[in-house]
Design a protein around this ligand. Structure first.
Ligand code: COA
Length: 287
């Protein structure tokens, strides 16, 4: 049982890394094009994840790059919430990988979860995910895989971990809303904490998908779903504050790249949709 004695809340700075090809809505006022800084922060958060996951046996040393990074597929296409300590060093992170709301299961990272390979649960898992993708489509929001949540040990038990998780909710709102999914470990009470802020068991056909053992990470895990409109009521105002925070916080992105025609179309669609969704979300959030 964890002791509930808290360290003083450090309240360091949160910054956002935007994917190179992302449409960044105009409401984000502080967008910086700095490819070098983007690369440094991405490398630093990958090293942080690498160190933490290796220390607790969730990954092997040979899964790290030669400079100690834990590079997850999709990192380059994801948004990253980055917590800096008082020295400007990366001390925490989470990642937000947005998909089109028509995405097929075989294109999602969760397809690698052990649950997907279960003879008993695999089919229900795919059905439950497909239902959420369809919910996202009907609402006109993205379907998002969240994950990579990590905090340096020196900042544990300080509410900083909670702040990073809630900032990810806030980001979802600032980007126009989402239905999200994550595979959460039961280590460090991570999945319990995520349930407490609004994570729910994945459900289909009136059946909740159960926790499962994932040999890849050597731990018990749960698949949780999130709805950006429905964090736990007790965290609603904190999520709203963090949504507002992102509108003026530093958003660091790489220099503009040449875009393919299909990418331009995708960005155009994203540009139209979330503006409405953002307003709808805010209207709902303040009710
Ligand atoms: C997961 C992680 C970010 C959590 O950060 P942390 O500092 O250890 O979290 P805390 O223990 O301070 O808990 C955060 C909040 O959840 C609450 N909490 C902790 N255990 C809980 C439980 N079992 N049930 C409900 N709430 C719980 C805490 O009380 C705290 O809320 P409070 O500030 O209102 O008291 C951190 O442990 C970490 O980086 N672990 C390694 C990587 C990892 O496992 N990532 C998760 C991948 S899913």
């Amino acid at each position: 049982m964890k002791s509930r004695c808290k360290k003083e809340f450090p309240g360091g700075r949160l910054v956002l890394l935007a994917p190179p090809d992302a449409f960044v809505p105009r409401r984000f006022e502080n967008v910086l094009r700095d490819g070098q800084r983007h690369g440094e922060l991405l490398a630093a958060l990958q090293r942080l994840r690498g160190e933490l996951y290796l220390n607790e046996g969730a990954i092997r040393a040979d899964q790290l790059s030669s400079d100690g990074r834990h590079r997850m597929a999709g990192d380059e296409r994801a948004w990253h919430v980055v917590a800096l300590d008082q020295h400007g060093q990366v001390a925490g992170c989470s990642r937000y990988l947005a998909h089109p709301n028509t995405v097929a299961f075989h294109r999602l990272a969760v397809r690698h979860a052990a649950l997907a390979g279960s003879r008993r649960w695999g089919g229900l898992f795919r059905d439950a995910v497909a239902e959420d993708v369809e919910r996202a489509r009907r609402r006109g929001v993205s379907f998002v895989e969240v994950g990579g949540w990590a905090l340096a040990p020196k900042l544990r038990r300080s509410r900083e971990g909670l702040r990073i998780a809630l900032a990810t909710y806030g980001l979802a709102r600032a980007l126009g809303g989402c239905i999200g999914i994550t595979t959460a470990t039961r280590r460090h009470c991570s999945s319990e904490i995520l349930r407490r802020i609004g994570g729910q068991a994945l459900r289909t056909n009136r059946v909740n998908l159960p926790p499962y053992h994932d040999p890849q990470y050597g731990c018990e895990m749960e698949v949780l779903r999130f709805d950006s409109l429905q964090p736990s009521p007790q965290f609603e105002s904190w999520v709203n504050d963090l949504c507002s925070y992102w509108l003026t916080a530093p958003v660091i992105r790489t220099e503009a790249a040449r875009q393919s025609f299909s990418l331009q179309l995708h960005r155009l669609a994203a540009a139209v949709q979330p503006e409405w969704a953002f307003e709808d979300n805010l209207a709902l959030a303040v009710q």
